[in-house]
Design a protein around this ligand. Structure first.
Ligand code: NAP
Length: 406
């Protein structure tokens, strides 16, 4: 994988939840039986790349990319593995080691072009050449201009056959957050909304615990565990006093961020009270008072000052850029309506995760799930391209990348 190695964002000290092993047991070599025959049967290369892609989804390697690999010989998957943590073994190395001497003469399937330079670890190309693999199948090139193509060139120069671009679109999707971070200097932003059938996020009293059921909440905790940071507006922090931790899923709690122009976050809040265990950053306006800042800092909260617009709103894009500089690659925004509105108006969200509960909350409370002017016509509405619909408990869950029509 790429040698782009930067300092990881500081996350909560790891709770004692077990992490999945980075080496995956070999799956059966035969293709799984399906009810309907696919229109085009996958080739062997696609089938084995799917094993590597599946492996790549595990772990939390931020600020490095998710990468998966599989070693295959004579049509049998000997081992598959993923890059689990920044500083740990790259996926190729873990898979080659797990395959042992049997890897010689076999094929390596890897979702991202192997690295060819020294970072925290030795170049993966050297390990591939040393293992005497005959063939390397790559999902996509490393888009980092300092790396792009060099790993492939080195392997070919050593007489290894390289096939590039198998399941390329899927391989690119896996590294989308990392690509955005290194190419744009911005975090990859997921916007999560939990709403009623009539599009409301809270009752007329402002209560929103709980709009969705326990299965949806567990899913949200899983999404949190895969994010470097989660963010809310001060309206949500005051109304719900959320902890924003990972409790109903394995994994670490992300950094918590509160957009709070005037530093209204009470020191008695759960976010402040737990800030020594789980880093908490409050984004405040440049002219917010000093006294609450001192109190928050004494409780272990970090205060980051940011520009304020003429409408009195924090510069969300500027704050996101600062967070990216500190190693935040993936950020999930969890509401409320005003912050979600600013993020959609600024076209800052890359992905949408919406949970819809089979309940009706009525229109007299908050205006709606997203508080913004919205588009002039439905054709101009931001939308999920290729939405994935699932049932999570009794709630519907739709998610996918957002496109913003012009
Ligand atoms: N169902 C759900 O999933 C869910 C999730 C979250 C919240 N909620 C509900 O939503 C309600 C809170 O939503 P809300 O819309 O009132 O509050 P919000 O979006 O959480 O916070 C809005 C506040 O954040 C501050 N802010 C700073 N910069 C901003 C910017 N650029 N854009 C937007 N806000 C900015 C502003 O206060 P300052 O000017 O003081 O900084 C603003 O009033 C509560 O009832 C909560 O229970 C529901």
């Amino acid at each position: 994988m790429s040698g782009k190695e930067s300092k990881p964002a500081r996350r909560a000290s790891a709770p004692p939840a077990p992490r999945p092993p980075s080496v995956h047991p070999p799956p059966p070599s035969a293709a799984p039986a399906s009810v309907r025959a696919p229109q085009t049967a996958p080739t062997d290369d696609e089938r084995f790349m799917d094993v590597a892609i599946q492996a790549a989804k595990s772990g939390h390697p931020s600020p490095n990319p998710h990468v998966g690999a599989a070693v295959v010989k004579d049509g049998v998957v000997l081992a598959s593995a993923h890059h689990d943590r920044a500083g740990g073994d790259h996926a190729e190395i873990a898979a080659i080691r797990a395959a042992g001497a049997g890897a010689k003469g076999g094929s390596l399937y890897v979702t991202l072009e192997p690295c060819n330079h020294h970072g925290r670890t030795d170049p993966c190309t050297d390990a591939i050449i040393a293992a005497k693999l005959a063939r390397v199948v790559v999902g996509c090139r490393d888009p980092n201009p300092h790396v792009e193509g060099k790993g492939i060139e080195k392997l070919e120069a050593a007489g290894i056959q390289v096939v590039l671009g198998v399941r390329e679109e899927k391989a690119r999707t896996i590294i989308a957050p990392w690509v955005k971070h290194i190419t744009e200097g911005m975090p990859y932003v997921s916007l999560k909304l939990a709403l009623s059938l009539d599009g409301r996020i809270a009752t007329r009293t402002g209560a929103s615990k709980w709009v969705t059921g326990p299965d949806a909440r567990a899913k949200v905790h899983l999404l949190r565990s895969r994010s470097d940071a989660v963010a809310v507006g001060i309206g949500t922090a005051l109304a719900d006093d959320p902890a924003l931790t990972v409790r109903d899923a394995p994994g670490d709690s992300p950094i918590r961020i509160v957009f709070d122009t005037k530093l209204r976050l009470p020191t008695t809040s759960r976010l402040v009270q737990t800030s020594r265990e789980i880093p908490t950053i409050v984004i405040a306006g440049l002219d917010a008072p000093l006294e609450p800042e001192e109190e928050l800092v004494q409780h272990g909260v970090e205060v980051m000052r940011s520009q304020v617009s003429t409408e009195g709103r924090l510069d969300v894009a500027g704050a996101f850029r600062s967070l990216a500089q500190r190693g935040v690659v993936s950020l999930m925004v969890e509401g409320g309506a005003e912050l979600a509105g600013s993020i959609l108006a600024g076209r800052l969200a890359d992905e949408l995760h919406v949970f819809v509960a089979p309940i009706l909350l009525g229109p007299r409370g908050r205006a709606g799930a997203v508080d913004w002017a919205g588009p002039d016509t439905p054709a101009q509405a931001p939308r999920i391209s290729q939405p994935a619909w699932e049932l999570v408990g009794t709630d519907a869950y739709v998610h996918g990348p957002i496109v913003y029509p012009d």
